[in-house]
Design a protein around this ligand. Structure first.
Ligand SMILES: C[S@@+](CC[C@H](N)C(=O)[O-])C[C@H]1O[C@@H](n2cnc3c(N)ncnc32)[C@H](O)[C@@H]1O
Length: 317
């Protein structure tokens, strides 16, 4: 903390008071402060120095820009408030406040104009959310606090993604080797307390009845000996109102997948999945072909269904 005399001396100048008034209302770059005060950059920089040394403002470098924001001395809200009230009495206060608003409007205009121009071509710049895996992680936050079963989890990508937020994820697979990967990856990611690898068949797992908010079956149903039984098993695991999310392949004619990928079935028809869901107490709420490859030979089919609530419970909610 600088000596009190230096602190109060830093305030004893009109330009410095105007700078402080501006910085108290927004974090501003040197160029913006120059515009706000309408003074040469050398004058603005000279006066920012004692304000910074006294702790009224601090700097933050972002790329080639240096921004000024309120400093440690103003962390005390009461002091900052008194100061702000007195600074509002400056004869230049209203004019400077308008200039700060104009500087902020220039930021907004710059951003709006850019996106007005790029609309329809945004995909050339980047992917949604900054990257598909970042986007998936962001969306997985919607699973916070949920109990999830991932049937046919493979190496556990989905289970691990959801376990960052979910209360627990039961990761079920028939393959011991796959589950070894899941266990190792969960440990490495520090998620082993929330990921429970479970060896079993997705037609009849050892998991308890009505214990899960969400059951996910990703690209595993076409491997099941009896896919309808896997849907029945998912229905058994779900709490009333819980969701079954199936990602699989739409019915296709690529017979080679049987030999090369050990697929049992050549995808599914929407009506076929819907029929099984309804047969086992699930209400199909969404069927979609997904992604850029919706018309491709191996298109992804998404089927979402809700475990219907018992009538008495439905009226309570
Ligand atoms: C193609 S991988 C999908 C992995 C992951 N779910 C995904 O979406 O990327 C299919 C996984 O389902 C498992 N699987 C296939 N049939 C199964 C069954 N009847 N019971 C349990 N797991 C099964 C396989 O061992 C494999 O790990």
């Amino acid at each position: 903390m600088p000596p009190p005399l230096d602190v109060f001396r830093a305030l004893a100048d009109e330009v410095r008071l105007r700078l402080l008034h501006a910085v108290l209302s927004a974090e501003l770059s040197v160029a913006e402060l120059v515009e706000v005060l309408g003074l040469p950059q050398s004058t603005v920089s000279r006066h920012l120095k004692p304000l910074r040394e006294a702790g009224f403002v601090e700097t933050r470098r972002e790329g080639t820009s240096v921004y000024y924001r309120r400093g440690a001395l103003l962390a005390d809200g009461a002091f900052a408030e008194v100061l702000q009230q007195r600074l509002a009495e400056l004869s230049t206060a209203a004019r400077d406040a308008r200039a700060v608003r104009a500087a902020l409007d220039r930021r907004r205009t710059r951003s709006r104009e850019f996106f007005e121009k790029i609309a329809g071509r945004y995909g050339e710049l980047t992917q949604p959310g900054g990257g598909w895996s970042a986007l998936a992680a962001g969306l997985a936050a919607g699973f916070s606090g949920r109990d999830v079963a991932d049937l046919g989890c493979g190496e556990g990508d989905v289970a691990l993604l959801l376990a960052r937020f979910a209360r627990r994820v039961a990761a079920v697979d028939q393959s011991k080797a796959m589950l070894r990967h899941v266990r190792a990856r969960a440990k490495e990611a520090g998620l082993d307390r929330r990921v429970e690898p479970v060896e079993g068949d997705l037609e009849h797992t050892t998991l308890p009845n009505a214990a899960f908010d969400v059951v996910f079956i990703g690209q595993a149903l076409h491997h099941a000996a009896r896919p309808a039984h896997a849907i029945a098993e998912a229905a058994r695991l779900l709490k009333p109102g819980g969701l079954l999310i199936v990602l699989d392949l739409a019915r296709h004619d690529q017979d080679w997948v049987r030999a090369e990928w050990a697929d049992q079935w050549l995808g599914f028809e929407e009506d076929e999945l819907k029929g099984w869901m309804e047969q086992y107490g699930l209400r199909a709420i969404r069927m979609d072909r997904l992604g850029d490859a919706a018309d491709a030979a191996l298109a992804v089919l998404m089927a979402v269904a809700e475990k219907t609530r018992p009538a008495a419970q439905a009226t309570l909610e």
